[in-house]
Design a protein around this ligand. Structure first.
Ligand SMILES: Nc1ncnc2c1ncn2[C@@H]1O[C@H](COP(=O)(O)OP(=O)(O)O)[C@@H](O)[C@H]1O
Ligand SMILES: [Mg+2]
Length: 230
């Protein structure tokens, strides 16, 4: 998509650029921004991210948008359910786009943006959500501009940060960014159909992690010199 659509981005974060999906108006495409630095996620990394996101959407259906696809193309991407963001959220995004394009915010603007973000960071519902995700061993960004409110007071977490594992370069080890036992426990409380599906996703995720670990131990040099695997 970049190249082709790069100028059409609708939002920009530190990790991702968000594009409208021309074929699906109800979806966005989130593209990882790190390819400039040589980062290339592995196929398993993106598939792991997909399964972990699916499971988390089942556990928090109102707060975590559905994910439809993920792949390594263009440095890594995810196709995600598009959420209608609230007005303050959009203002925070616009301020972010302004700084991203090299312009400065006025003091008043900076103070106001900080206040808007803090309001979300101090919302007990969001606080509980962040803690619940951390208990599942999952990476979550608690910064206020990642959250948007629905008209009924519910909130959505609009930063898919669910990388499935990280590499510990010093220890040459792959470390899970999820706690399989805690996920399995949370899956037990799902409705029967979702439970079966989520169990399958968790099995696949665990399998992918095992395979990725094997690649790391059998070909450490490729893995550790390419900036991949995260
Ligand atoms: N599913 C979505 N629906 C609508 N807007 C989204 C969605 N996901 C992300 N965005 C918008 O893009 C912004 C940046 O996305 P995010 O995933 O937070 O990127 P980064 O990880 O780089 O911070 C979000 O704050 C939000 O405004
Ligand atoms: Mg973000």
């Amino acid at each position: 998509m970049p190249g082709e659509h790069r100028e059409n981005f609708s939002a920009m974060g530190n990790e991702k650029v968000i594009y409208p999906d021309p074929n699906h108006p109800d979806r966005i495409r989130a593209e990882l921004r790190k390819k400039e630095s040589g980062y290339q996620p592995t196929e398993r990394q993106m598939r792991g991210r997909f399964y972990l996101s699916k499971i988390l959407h089942f556990i928090f259906p109102a707060a975590i948008p559905e994910v439809y696809a993920a792949g390594t193309k263009d440095g890594g991407y995810l196709d995600i359910e598009k959420v209608e963001t609230d007005e303050d959220h959009r203002r925070m995004q616009a301020a972010r786009a302004k700084t991203e394009s090299g312009k400065h915010l006025s003091n008043e603007e900076s103070v106001e943006m900080r206040q808007l973000a803090q309001k979300r960071e101090q919302d007990p519902k969001i606080h509980d959500f962040v803690n619940a995700l951390r208990k599942l061993g999952v990476i979550v960004d608690p910064t206020g501009d990642n959250y948007s409110y629905g008209s009924d007071g519910s909130f959505q977490y609009l930063d898919n940060s669910f990388t499935p594992w990280q590499i510990n370069r010093v220890g040459r080890k792959l470390v899970k960014a999820y706690n399989a036992d805690e996920l399995a426990k949370a899956i037990e409380s799902l409705a029967p159909e979702q439970k079966e599906q989520a169990k399958l996703y968790l099995e696949r995720l665990e399998q992918l992690f095992k395979e990725e670990e094997e690649v790391l131990s059998s070909q450490p040099e490729t893995y550790l010199t390419a900036k991949n695997g995260r």
